[in-house]
Design a protein around this ligand. Structure first.
Ligand SMILES: [Ca+2]
Ligand SMILES: [Ca+2]
Length: 189
């Protein structure tokens, strides 16, 4: 599977009922993801639970981005309540990825990326889609896997949010001083 794999859960007859199937799989999966039973799911525990559809490990930068989104107390991981949010977030991305991976290749190519980001409301040039693929294609296939697709969207969203704070008249242009520029970058890095 693309995102979370729970092979030992799959054979359980309870999970074959349609209602609340995902909720049940979620509850059953928590102890399996929290390998050291600390009550907190760490970056490496989440990374091991995730698959990008290839044999390479899930992008650790994407894992960190996702954990930090839901880790309220800055404890370097998520508790079980927060993990419910992580779970839904990843499942939503999985559905988006499958929707835009039109040829079912398990990768988002340049054209599919354009369709996806245009669907999200971005207006970018063809040339820039080339730049995006080049930046986020960790596997050097001229297309992006599931983890890198999420990462691409997260980064683009962050950069766009910061830009918009300065682009008060929303004309797509900003004029910033050196220190404003540094502040912008500090918001992201
Ligand atoms: Ca743990
Ligand atoms: Ca594809």
């Amino acid at each position: 599977g693309l995102a979370l794999h729970f092979s030992s859960v799959r054979g359980n007859p309870l999970t074959q009922h349609k209602c609340a199937k995902w909720d049940l799989i979620f509850l059953l999966s928590v102890p399996r993801v929290d390998k050291d039973r600390s009550g907190v799911i760490s970056d490496s525990e989440l990374q091991q639970a995730l698959s990008n559809g290839t044999w390479t490990p899930f992008n650790p930068v994407t894992v960190r981005s996702i954990i930090s989104m839901f880790d309220r107390e800055n404890k370097g991981g998520v508790n079980f309540n927060e993990f419910a949010g992580v779970w839904k977030y990843i499942t939503d991305w999985q559905n988006i990825f499958r929707t835009y991976d039109r040829d079912n290749s398990g990768f988002i190519d340049r054209n599919e990326l354009k369709q996806a980001l245009t669907g999200f409301g971005y207006r970018l040039s063809d040339q820039f889609y080339g730049t995006l693929i080049e930046k986020f294609d960790r596997q050097r296939k001229s297309q992006v896997a599931f983890d890198d697709f999420i990462q691409c969207c997260i980064v683009l969203q962050r950069l766009t949010d910061v830009f918009r704070q300065y682009d008060t008249d929303q004309d797509g242009w900003i004029q910033v001083s050196y220190e404003q520029y540094l502040s912008m970058v500090f918001n992201i890095v």
